[in-house]
Design a protein around this ligand. Structure first.
Ligand code: PLP
Length: 427
């Protein structure tokens, strides 16, 4: 089995641990920057190509900002994410708002920021009409339903709550054009965590065909097509990442075959990848605090499912390295567990690992997306710090760990009526 390499060494981790208790998430700045550059380069052939980082994957403002420095926009699906962008000065068409089950207030905030709004359904047009001003540009999210298969993470498109049908798409554009909207986009997000380039290319082909049909049937010429996110992460050591340059060339071939000869003016392409931008560049660093054997062998660590819930929630594989023993042979089969009172609070089940001891540092790989962001406080476990390091050796805490003060901040103990008889306690 191929090993997964680490972009840092033991001295760096020792240095960080001396200031920051485990667990914490460690992000590799150069890796994230390079990923944005690679994606941008893969689409350099398309004038005006824009990647929008799906903020929900890693909503740390420092991470969103460093991607913006590399030319990335931001894809938001909630008010908190929109506010993050606004406070960073990322506004206008650098922001995409792709929501579902949306309130008029949420659209108003997106419109205030000047975001490109992806409508999940034509029903939302009535909500846009309630805004001070109808947005200049409107985009619709297409759900191909039975036309496409989807994949495990996002599920079967016809079971998915997102997007509108083919008929609704035509209706939606026609109605917006009547209402005076002059600029249009088209969007789909059909697969997530996809490692097969062909599945991603199918989405591009589907949208190019659809854009041509929309033009023919309604006269609306979309000026941009958003291919969605979905580039996967090679979570398992034997998996291979998507070759982003090859993907870009594949989309170019489809563009030249479909759109170039069509009656549509040149179309700007967009993507809104989340997972692939940060996932492989985040590492959950945690210490072994207990080991036990009952019916199975357990390695207990100081992180838990609230630091990374993908294994507990989806049975997802995350590779685990024992720091300093990356090349040591496997000597035990263990479940690596947190301390929540939930039996799915496990980072791995029946994993082969080198011999571990209390005090060892485990590195849980590919924790940079949907890790800290999915955190929660069940059992009073607090969210950890997030730390950014660079190849130049710079280390920055980009979010502090929560404290018990944070945990109790939303209750007022003084208002609690606890009438338990104090004398009973003495017994
Ligand atoms: C989550 C999400 C993305 C990002 O998907 P990835 O698979 O992380 O690239 C993009 N668009 C929308 C609408 C999303 O909900």
């Amino acid at each position: 089995m191929a090993a997964k390499t680490l972009p840092f060494d033991r001295p760096l981790i020792d240095r960080i641990i001396s200031d920051h208790p485990t667990p914490f998430v460690l992000y590799h700045e150069d890796g994230i920057r390079q990923r944005v550059r690679d994606l941008t380069a893969a689409f350099a052939w398309n004038e005006g190509f824009q990647q929008y980082f799906a903020v929900k994957a890693t909503p740390n403002p420092h991470i969103v900002a460093l991607m913006a420095e590399e030319g990335s926009g931001a894809d938001c699906s909630s008010v908190a994410e929109l506010i993050t962008c606004e406070r960073l000065g990322i506004t206008g068409h650098d922001v995409m708002f792709t929501s579902n089950n949306t309130t008029t207030e949420e659209f108003a905030i997106a419109a205030r920021i000047g975001a490109i709004i992806n409508l999940d359904t034509p029903h939302h047009i009535d909500q846009l009409l309630q805004l001070e001003q109808m947005p200049e540009m409107v985009s619709f999210r297409f759900n191909p339903g039975p036309e496409r298969q989807g994949n495990v993470i996002i599920g079967d498109p016809k079971e998915a709550k997102f997007g509108c049908t083919r008929e609704q798409i035509f209706e939606g554009y026609a109605r917006c054009a009547e209402l005076g909207v002059t600029r249009f986009g088209l969007h789909a997000m059909v697969v997530s965590n996809e490692l097969n380039v062909d599945a991603l290319l199918q989405t591009a082909e589907m949208l190019f065909d659809l854009a041509i049909q929309i033009h023919e049937q309604t006269g609306v010429a979309v000026e941009c097509i958003n291919l969605g996110g979905g580039i996967g992460v090679a979570y398992r050591p034997e998996q291979e990442e998507i070759d982003i340059a090859e993907f870009g060339r594949g989309v170019q071939a489809l563009y030249e075959a479909k759109l170039t000869p069509s009656a549509l003016p040149p179309v700007r392409l967009m993507m809104e990848n989340g997972r692939a931008m940060t996932g492989p560049f985040g590492f959950l660093i945690t210490e072994v605090i207990n080991q036990k054997t009952s019916y199975k062998n357990y390695v207990g660590v100081d992180a838990c499912m609230s630091n990374l819930m993908r294994p507990g929630m989806y049975g997802a594989y995350h590779h685990i390295s024992v720091l300093g023993k990356e090349d040591a042979p496997a000597e035990q089969t263990v479940d690596v567990v947190g301390s929540l009172c939930e039996n799915n609070d496990k980072f791995s089940i029946d994993r082969e690992l080198p011999k571990t001891e209390v005090g060892d540092i485990l590195v849980i790989h590919d924790a940079g997306a949907h890790g800290h962001s999915m955190g929660f406080q069940y059992n009073g476990r607090l969210r950890s710090a997030e730390i950014l390091f660079s190849d130049a050796g710079e280390v920055r805490e980009i979010r502090r760990a929560e404290t018990f003060e944070d945990y109790f901040a939303t209750v007022d103990f003084d208002s609690v009526k606890c009438s338990r008889d104090q004398t009973a306690q003495a017994l």
